[in-house]
Design a protein around this ligand. Structure first.
Ligand SMILES: [Zn+2]
Length: 154
């Protein structure tokens, strides 16, 4: 039986052009930076590592706030750092999300929307869910991206 492409790690690597060693480095970088998280309320320390199209890796961790609603996720913090340091022209080829508890931790909906403006069409995402480690195409995680295309008046 042929697996759907999204369930076949080899197909994902071939499509994205990113080898397993690189993805493992991203996972490790995400786990390491989770140690910098500011999470005194949830104690849930999360890290994210982005592989940009220039080959660089940018990391971020979650930063909580006592108001809870102002908490910012690791993925968005990594992206904002990447834009701040390298400008808005870079694109994300892959990113990994990890936490120090080994708990399921896929990118939240808000992060998926924000990341959607900066990922390459074949970008892949590494995270863990209840079944264990996953590597998925970003497009599979977030297939119906919000777009704003107002009609222009002639
Ligand atoms: Zn998030």
């Amino acid at each position: 039986m042929l697996l759907p492409v999204e369930d076949d790690p080899v197909s994902l690597r071939i499509m994205s052009g990113i080898d397993e060693e690189t993805l493992e480095k991203l996972r490790s970088a995400a786990l390491k930076v989770a140690g910098n998280a500011y999470a005194p309320y949830s104690k849930f320390c999360v890290g994210a590592a982005l592989l940009l199209d220039d080959g660089s890796v940018v990391t971020g961790c979650n930063v909580e706030n006592i108001s809870y609603g102002l908490t910012s996720c690791a993925e968005r913090n990594a992206l904002f750092r990447a834009i701040s340091e390298r400008g808005p022209g870079r694109r994300i080829r892959a990113f990994a999300v990890a936490n120090r508890d080994g708990a399921p931790c896929s990118p939240c909906g808000a992060c998926r929307q924000v990341m959607s403006e900066f990922v390459t069409p074949d970008a892949v995402v590494c995270f863990s869910d209840r079944k264990g480690p996953q590597t998925r195409r970003f497009a599979e995680l977030f297939p119906f991206t919000f777009v704003f295309e107002p009609e222009t008046e002639a």
